[in-house]
Structure formats: structure tokens, C-alpha cells
Design a binder for this molecule. Structure first.
Ligand code: PNW
Length: 483
């Protein structure tokens, strides 16, 4: 079969490496036969599922765990749907062995999970809670015993409540680095893949500017920009701490929901506009991390509200990464404009279709464009990319026979994986995919009203049921192909 890849034309890519990315592999089709037309992924592509500590663990007060800002926030009346909290969630704190069996049954080779910082350091810094660390040792051992490689996120929004001022304080960045150092000193012999933080905008802007997430504040631009700075500084110091405490070969990255821009039409000028938008609209986070400096345009735009940067901060923030993790749910569309910015972000019409969560507007090509834009802009600074989250909520109904026919989720996933294949087949270095999420869980401000799992969780009995999407994903993994 003829294989054409974008990178064949680039430097230093061998024909063998290029050939690993077959465009589409079609079995011999007999007209009229109900054979699947397989869209095959490259050999060695990693399939996984993702979760986060506060969303699944429960055990909020078990074995000496300290409170996080999400415990405080969810216990504050009016902050989450129906006052839901993560006190029990999926009780993965006690049921983790069952959850590893769910993963094993799917056939995944990887699992993206996060650690609860305040389980290990109950007040964020200082005193260690050995029982908290023991829990993660048990989970990691259980994964490894089942041939599943853990990819661990250090921080997925559950800031220890004991850290005075939270992300308003620069000390939190420093405490985060100490926490990363401690964790990797103790787990770094078993765990080889680390992500520092998850989705900056959700624990900075949504927490401190919009007030929709913990700690629920509405601060003005100056303090918000400083909080954003502390967040990317934490990431940078975290990368340095992880590298300093792990053996060579350890892979370090982050998981970021960069705003995604797809061109309205795939013409040269609109593709160029999408690239400009990606760089400019992600200025406070991904752009600054991968460039190792704030864009001049961002600093000018923010004026007196620009962040205060100390000596050495930018060097830490720009620490080289082994991979960039991209959380991908929905697109924005961009067109070229004859303006200084060079692009306009389209307003979505009221009729634009979405999944059960209104913010998950449907545009499967976003997964292709997030990979392509990041790799085209930053090239060697994003030597490998992972989709660290992709998935959707659905208004799932558990039938009396225990089935959940989530055909909308299957539709969403199939379309995204078809588009991700496009990126892989063009030679972009996309190495793996983590489906959000292994099972229904505490969906932050939406509480338990939005289910994202491919396993249904009955929150009364905590029983897990595979949905149709779990069956579909299992087949995808087994065939390494979208069917
Ligand atoms: C991500 N938005 O969050 C998170 O990383 C997960 O913890 C979460 O469960 C998942 O996506 C599904 O929501 C987001 O409103 C939450 O744009 C909200 C938004 C984006 C990401």
C-alpha cells in the first residue's frame, strides 16, 4: 500500500518511521460483504483511560487525608449541583482493585490518574501522611501487576486547603515543587511518566476570576494574572523537581486544555489564522511554557496588570518537556482577518449542536487541529503529544438488564478517533489517547448530574456497569482500529 506522510519531506525522518503511519489500511473488501473498513492506528499506539483523584477517590477523611479547596468549596451551599461533594465519589480509595479490573478488561495499556496532594501532605507542606503515600503505592502496584502503565498527574485542581492564599501565594508554587520532589523520590522507581498539572485555566481563571470552581473568587485582572503566573511557575519548578529525583528515561509533561482553533476552511490563509489564534489565545499558559517567555503582545495587552516575574522564573517555566498532553473536547473556528491579530474567532450560532454538557460543542476535527497546531508551531518543543483527555457526558440511562446504550458517546468517540488518526497518518508524533473517563464520577460544579464514564456508576450501590461505549472502546483497543 502506498503511504504518504507529511514528515517524509522533513529532515531526519527515516522511511521506516514514516511507514509506521499508514494512511488507511483497508482489508480486501468484497463488494456486498459486511466487513469493517478499518482505520488502523500506528503499531505501539497507547490506549488508555483517564481519571482524577478528587473525582473518583472519595475517602475524603480516610487515613489522615487533609482537606482540599474542593472539599471546602463543594461543602459550601450553592456551589455545586444539588450540593454534591467528592466525599464518597466512586470510593476508588477502597475499590481501586475493581477499577484496575475494569481497565484490564478493556485491554488498555495505560491509565492516567492523579494524586491527591493533601492525602500525602495533609496541609500541603511539612508533615507527611505515610498512609496517603501507601495508598498510591498500592494502586501503582496493582496497575503494574496487571500490565498497565501508570501516567500520573501530580495536580488535578485539589489544592490543599492548608496552603494559605492558595494560588494567590507564590509559596504554593514552591510547595508544589517540594511535593513533586517527595512523590517522585518515593514512586519514581515504579512510575516513569509524570504530568505536573491539569488544565491551568480551570484552577486559575475558573477558580479565581469567574468563581465557578474552587475557591470561588472573582478577582480583578492583576491578581488573576499573578495567579496564572504562579500556576505555570509551579509547573516549571515541578518539572525540575521531578527530573532531579527520577532516573533517566523518565518522561515529564503536562496536561493542558489549550484552546483549540480549527480553520473555517482548510485553505492556506485560514490554516495560518488558526495557528496565529492558537499562539495568541493560549498566551498565559501553553505559549509561555513552550516559548519560555510571555509573548510581548500579552504583556502589552495586560499593561499594569501584567504578572510580576522573578529572576529564574522563566527558565523554570520553559523547562524542556518530553511530551505535551492535550485535553480535547470542543473546537472554536477561526478565519483569517485583515487586522493586526490576523484572525477572528467565530461566534457559534445558537443552533450549533452540542453533547449533553452544553459546552461540549461537536467538532471532531478539533482533535486533529489541536495536535497539528501545537506540533506545527512548537515542533521539537512538543517532541511527542498525547491526547490526555477526550470524551463526553451523556444522559445515560441504566436499563433494568444493566445495559447503557450510550450511542451518542460512541458517535462522539468514533468521530474524534477518526480525526486523530488523520493526525497520526500525516506523521504528527501523537503517541497515545486517554479517554475521559473510565467511569462516571464527581463532575466538579456539575456534581453527579453529568456522567462522563464508559462505565456507569450507580452512586447508591457504587456498582460499576460497562456501557456500550466500553464495549466499543474495548474493540478499538483490541483491533488498534476505529470500527
Ligand atoms: C476537564 N469547560 O474539565 C477536566 O480535566 C476533568 O476533570 C473533567 O471532568 C472533564 O474535563 C470533563 O468536564 C473541564 O467548561 C471542565 O470548558 C469544564 C470545561 C473544560 C474542561
Amino acid at each position: 500500500m502506498k503511504t504518504i506522510t507529511r514528515r517524509q519531506f522533513g529532515k531526519g525522518v527515516t522511511a521506516a518511521a514514516a511507514a509506521a503511519y499508514a494512511v488507511v489500511s483497508l482489508p480486501q473488501l468484497v463488494f456486498g460483504e459486511p466487513q469493517p473498513k478499518r482505520i488502523e492506528y500506528p503499531k505501539g499506539f497507547l490506549w488508555g483511560c483517564a481519571t482524577a483523584a478528587y473525582q473518583i477517590e472519595g475517602g475524603a477523611q480516610a487515613d489522615g487525608r487533609g482537606p482540599s479547596l474542593w472539599d471546602t468549596f463543594s461543602h459550601t451551599p450553592g456551589k455545586t449541583y444539588h450540593g454534591d461533594t467528592g466525599d464518597v465519589a466512586d470510593d476508588s480509595y477502597h475499590l481501586y482493585k475493581q477499577d484496575v479490573q475494569l481497565l484490564k478488561n478493556l485491554g488498555v495499556s495505560t491509565y492516567r490518574m492523579s494524586l491527591s496532594w493533601s492525602r500525602i501532605f495533609p496541609s500541603g507542606t511539612g508533615q507527611v501522611n505515610q498512609k496517603g503515600l501507601d495508598y498510591y503505592n498500592r494502586v501503582v502496584d496493582e496497575l503494574l501487576a496487571n500490565n498497565i502503565t501508570p501516567y500520573i498527574t501530580m495536580f488535578h485542581w485539589d489544592t490543599p486547603a492548608g496552603l494559605q492564599g492558595g494560588w494567590q501565594s507564590r509559596d504554593t508554587s514552591k510547595a508544589f515543587a517540594d511535593y513533586c520532589a517527595f512523590v517522585t523520590k518515593h514512586l519514581g522507581d515504579k512510575v516513569k511518566h509524570w504530568m505536573t498539572t491539569n488544565e491551568f485555566v480551570c484552577f486559575t481563571d475558573l477558580g479565581y476570576k469567574i468563581g465557578q470552581f474552587a475557591p470561588g473568587l472573582k478577582l480583578p485582572a492583576g491578581p488573576v494574572n499573578q495567579i496564572r503566573h504562579h500556576a505555570i511557575l509551579a509547573h516549571g519548578l515541578g518539572v525540575q523537581a521531578i527530573r532531579a529525583n527520577t532516573p533517566s528515561g523518565t518522561q515529564v509533561g503536562l496536561a493542558e486544555n489549550a484552546s483549540i482553533f480549527a480553520p473555517v476552511m482548510e485553505t492556506r490563509e485560514h490554516i495560518e489564522a488558526a495557528r496565529k489564534a492558537t499562539r495568541a489565545e493560549n498566551a498565559p499558559f501553553l505559549t509561555t511554557i513552550l516559548d519560555g517567555k510571555y509573548p510581548e503582545s500579552y504583556l502589552t495587552e495586560q499593561g499594569a496588570d501584567a504578572p510580576k516575574v522573578a529572576e529564574g522564573d522563566m527558565r523554570a517555566i520553559g523547562s524542556p518537556l518530553d511530551f505535551v498532553g492535550l485535553n480535547t473536547y470542543n473546537p472554536s473556528y477561526v478565519k483569517a482577518a485583515d487586522s493586526p491579530k490576523g484572525y477572528v474567532v467565530e461566534t457559534m450560532p445558537a443552533s450549533y449542536p452540542h453533547m449533553y454538557s452544553p459546552w461540549i460543542q461537536i467538532g471532531p476535527e478539533c482533535i486533529y487541529w489541536t495536535v497539528r497546531n501545537v506540533c506545527d508551531i512548537w515542533k521539537d518543543k512538543a517532541p511527542a503529544v498525547f491526547i490526555t483527555e477526550n470524551g463526553t457526558s451523556s444522559d445515560d440511562v441504566l436499563a433494568p438488564d444493566g445495559r447503557v446504550e450510550d450511542v451518542d458517546r460512541v458517535m462522539y468517540l468514533r468521530n474524534h478517533l477518526t480525526q486523530l488518526h488523520r493526525a497520526a497518518s500525516e506523521g504528527y508524533p501523537v503517541k497515545g489517547y486517554f479517554l475521559w473517563s473510565l467511569m462516571d464520577n464527581f463532575e466538579w460544579a456539575d456534581g453527579y448530574s453529568k456522567r462522563f464514564g464508559i462505565h456507569y456508576v450507580d452512586f447508591k450501590t457504587l456498582k460499576r456497569y460497562p456501557k456500550l461505549s466500553a464495549e466499543w472502546y474495548k474493540n478499538t483497543i483490541a483491533t488498534n482500529a476505529v470500527e
